[in-house]
Ligand binder design. Structure first.
Ligand SMILES: [Zn+2]
Length: 159
């Protein structure tokens, strides 16, 4: 049972560089991204350390998402996306989903062995992973174009 929990979200605009592997188009971009952090536990808490860690997690998460969005953004000039990166990301998401499914099975097995508390916690964790991983993969790919902002002049298609 979690008796205390800290959560934090970080929303930021990052200045990154977009580079197209197909046509060589490059442009500075501004990327909106959000990250979240969470710390919870049952033991006595350390307020300052936990709060700082959660904020740090959120900031690191936001930065990572910004980089992912740039990687998945279709090129504004040739319209191509880095299919290798997209393929690798999809594969990874399926692996996370698969590992989560395995955790879920392990949790159910632990429940059956009447280690109910540990089993339920493990199963819940697996369950969240199974639901979240594929859904996140789909929404990340579709939202990448909206999160990455090109300067207007360079975003016009050149023929
Ligand atoms: Zn391109």
């Amino acid at each position: 049972m979690v008796t205390w929990a800290y959560t934090a979200t970080s929303s930021n605009v990052f200045d990154l560089e977009f580079r197209c592997k197909s046509c060589g188009f490059a442009s500075p971009v501004k990327v909106e991204a959000k990250g979240a952090g969470y710390q919870g536990g049952v033991a006595s808490r350390n307020d300052a350390a936990a709060a700082a860690k959660v904020k740090q997690q959120a900031a690191v998460g936001a930065q990572r998402w910004a980089e992912i969005f740039v990687e998945f953004c279709p090129c504004p000039r040739c319209g191509k996306r880095d299919e290798a990166a997209v393929g690798a990301y999809k594969l990874k998401s399926w692996m996370v989903g698969g590992v989560s499914a395995a955790i879920l099975v392990a949790g159910i097995a632990l429940c059956a062995l009447s280690l109910v508390f540990a089993g339920a916690a493990v199963a819940l964790l697996g369950c969240i992973g199974v639901i979240v991983a594929p859904a996140m993969a789909a929404s990340t790919l579709s939202s990448a174009r909206k999160k990455v902002h090109f300067p207007v002049e360079t975003a016009r298609p050149t023929t």
